[in-house]
Design a protein around this ligand. Structure first.
Ligand SMILES: [Zn+2]
Ligand SMILES: [Zn+2]
Length: 331
């Protein structure tokens, strides 16, 4: 709570400073009610942290919603954004377009939920899903796995017989470049560097430009994609975490993820109006810290840093506006 308050004050101070000096408005002060909102649905990691859902971010433009990644918990977090933040376009039935950065399970374990819960919540048309090669196969297998459910619900007497198409998915396997365009948004995919085929996305809307990294080590492509964008949402891990990891995890992380030091350098070059750090190995509360002697297993949360540590590591190296993202934050 303290950190949230600090960050909130930081945002307020930024807006006030821009207004006082008559400088060009920052992205956050363009309008009291911007058409485009970034809603952090899940800022977590593979760790089953009850405070942080799996990676999922929503870009909301007017009454349209666009998802990036569908980590576990995505649909319930979307409904929470409706109830707790008043973001009504995130009604689960309205989740119709989704982009996935890569096919790691922490980013896709909510896929079946998005497909099937979105349908039973009222979506009557196919879900449009965009992502790397393999997305079609993943989609086919999920639908096959739920064949009995789908057949039962759509059969005579079934509870979804009046909505016989809402379970369908149009899976689009993408390459770099413009992958989606409608009246409100253009989405451009750029390659990132991770353990498998992976992409970041740039969203251009009538009032904002937003870039999201997904999982990646720092890349020039990300810097080029942002290049003064309004909002850059980027993954990060603390230097403290890396120094404590066992060797095989450290080398994997250094190759496939981004340290706070690297993020500070990247953001300095990319010059976003606001940097949102997400998918960080941090814990907001003590719940993840194991008590007593337990086996050294990454998913117990033994290797988490505090948000304060991450805040300090970035702030000491980066002079731009930044926040550490938390589930259900709206920017
Ligand atoms: Zn990954
Ligand atoms: Zn991940």
């Amino acid at each position: 709570m303290k950190l949230t308050c600090i960050m909130f004050m930081c945002v307020l101070m930024t807006v006030a400073t821009a207004a006082e000096s008559q400088q060009p408005a920052s992205p956050l002060s363009k309008s009291a009610a911007p058409r485009t909102k970034v809603v952090l649905l899940g800022t977590g990691t593979p760790v089953p942290d009850p405070d942080r859902s799996g990676p999922a971010t929503a870009i909301v433009v007017d009454d349209s919603a666009y998802l990036v990644d569908f980590g576990p918990g995505v649909v319930r977090r979307a409904k929470a954004a409706v109830i707790e933040r008043g973001i009504t376009p995130l009604e689960p039935a309205n989740l119709k377009v989704a982009f996935v950065t890569h096919l790691h399970s922490d980013h896709t374990a909510g896929y079946s939920d998005l497909i099937l819960t979105g349908w039973t919540a009222g979506r009557r048309t196919a879900l449009e899903a965009y992502g790397p090669a393999g997305l079609q196969s993943m989609t086919d297998h999920i639908l096959k796995a739920y064949q009995i459910d789908i057949e039962t619900r759509t059969a005579a007497g079934g509870d979804q017989r009046g909505s016989p198409e809402g379970w369908r998915v149009n899976a689009h396997e993408i390459k770099p470049g413009v992958i989606y365009k409608d009246a409100k948004i253009t989405v451009t995919a750029f390659p990132t560097q991770h353990a498998m085929e992976s992409y970041g996305f740039r969203f251009d809307t009538p009032d904002r430009s937003i870039v999201i990294s997904g999982d990646t080590s720092p890349t020039e492509e990300t810097i080029k994609a942002c290049n003064g964008c309004d909002v850059l949402i980027h993954e990060v891990r603390t230097l403290e975490l890396f120094s404590n990891l066992p060797e095989e995890r450290r080398s994997f992380g250094l190759k496939n993820h981004t340290t706070s030091e690297q993020l500070a350098a990247l953001a300095t070059k990319a010059r976003p109006g606001l940097l949102i750090a997400y998918h960080a190995w941090i814990a907001w509360g003590p719940s993840l810290v194991p008590s007593g002697e337990q086996p050294v297993v990454l998913t117990t949360g033994r290797f988490h840093s505090s948000p304060d540590t991450l805040q300090k590591e970035i702030a000491s190296r980066y002079s731009g506006n930044f926040v550490i993202g938390r589930d259900l934050d709206v920017y």
